[in-house]
Design a protein around this ligand. Structure first.
Ligand code: NDP
Ligand code: HSE
Length: 328
């Protein structure tokens, strides 16, 4: 049985989760995809940082070393920010690799062109982990949008924000303490600005818009706010009145056909479908023409939920008959 060779870009929370799952599920993956997966190399930024042992795996800070691996099949991308991640994935596709990413900041901008390039190149792109962590919202939408159509999407898309709002409400915890715990648990980004300012949920919403409607709204025209301006008193006062703040991202096609979107904290009552979604959980309500509203809920961040959907994406790509073209 031939071995599938994979590389992991980034070895923080998500990258380490991929490494663990691929090794913990070696036999299962081999049986279900037809070939064992071997992590051949890992890319990091700082080689001096202490890390878990990865015997027999090349650990490098040079992307050229990754591309030089003979017969590399899959590149998992779990680094941070738009660049160099976008360029790395473009180069990996050009080298004939399937790519799987968790990087929503990169994918909100570069996703459409990466997918088109992969199609031309006979490889595939997996991006389930870019939106709502372990919740399979991308595959759900892909499976709903052929005969059916999507009219609107509303969701809690940032696990850190929901975790913080829940801690503030239930435990009267300060914003700073709740954020610190979200960082320790691996939910928040190393720089949590995007989590609490709303930009992380905004990027996820743009990815969902592209998938559901084939286009994104003009980014400049989308009102965006985070939870960073809410005070503990406001959260507690709302709770006493039976209301809850949720950080909600919403996108829909307006009557004249334009895409309307918004991202920000909203005060909701017990009748709202997102009222009961607590902690790091995300929930996405997908409004459809024929099937009513379908809601998927689950862990929106964290090592295993996120890494598991990435390994799942890779397994799906490996099972498909691709025409693999390597450009010289
Ligand atoms: P971490 O900060 O824990 O890890 C990031 C890793 O990427 C580190 O190993 C870092 O290297 C490496 N890295 C960063 N920049 C570069 C670069 N330019 N070249 C090479 N390596 C680089 O992040 P996470 O694992 O939490 O997140 C990774 C990605 O997944 C992000 O895009 C994030 O938004 C996304 N994501 C995260 C989720 C989560 O629950 N944590 C959930 C869903 C998506 P070094 O250690 O040497 O600094
Ligand atoms: N920091 C992100 C969150 C990770 O809290 O939702 C998942 O994309």
């Amino acid at each position: 049985m031939a071995t599938v060779k994979a590389a992991i870009l980034g070895f923080g929370t998500v990258g380490q989760g991929i490494y663990r799952i691929v090794n913990e599920r070696k036999e299962q993956l081999a049986a279900r995809t037809g070939a064992p997966i071997e992590i051949a190399a890992i890319l990091v930024r700082n080689l001096e940082r202490p890390r878990p042992d990865t015997p027999g795996v090349l650990v490098t800070d040079r992307f050229e070393d990754i591309l030089a691996i003979p017969d590399l099949d899959v590149v998992f991308e779990a680094i941070v920010g738009e660049e160099p991640a976008g360029t790395y994935l473009e180069q990996a596709i050009a080298a004939g690799c399937h790519v799987v990413t968790a990087n929503k900041v990169m994918y909100a901008k570069a996703g459409a062109s990466l997918e088109a390039f992969a199609r031309e190149s006979g490889t595939g792109v997996g991006y389930e982990a870019t939106v709502a962590g372990g919740v399979p919202v991308i595959k759900t939408i892909q499976n709903l949008n052929l005969a059916n159509s999507i009219t609107g999407i509303q969701g809690i898309l940032n696990g850190t924000s929901n975790f913080i709002l829940t801690k503030m409400r239930k435990e009267e915890c300060s914003f700073a303490d709740a954020l610190k715990e979200a960082q320790e648990l691996g939910y928040a980004e190393a720089d949590p600005t995007n989590d609490v300012s709303g930009f992380d949920a905004f990027c996820k919403l743009m990815i969902l818009s592209g998938l559901a409607f084939g286009e994104q709204p003009d980014w400049e025209h989308v009102p965006m706010d985070g939870i960073d301006k809410l005070t503990l008193d406001e959260v507690i006062d709302a709770d006493r009145q039976g209301l809850r703040y949720r950080h909600i991202a919403d996108v829909r096609r307006g009557e004249d056909g334009e895409i309307l979107a918004s991202v920000g904290p909203v005060l909701i009552g017990p009748d709202h479908p997102l009222y009961g979604v607590d902690g790091v959980d995300n929930a996405v309500a997908i409004e459809t023409a024929y099937a009513g509203t379908l809601t998927v809920t689950g862990p929106g961040a964290g090592m295993y939920p996120t890494a598991s959907v990435m390994v799942e994406d890779a397994a799906v790509l490996l099972k498909q008959p691709f025409r693999k073209l390597v450009t010289d």
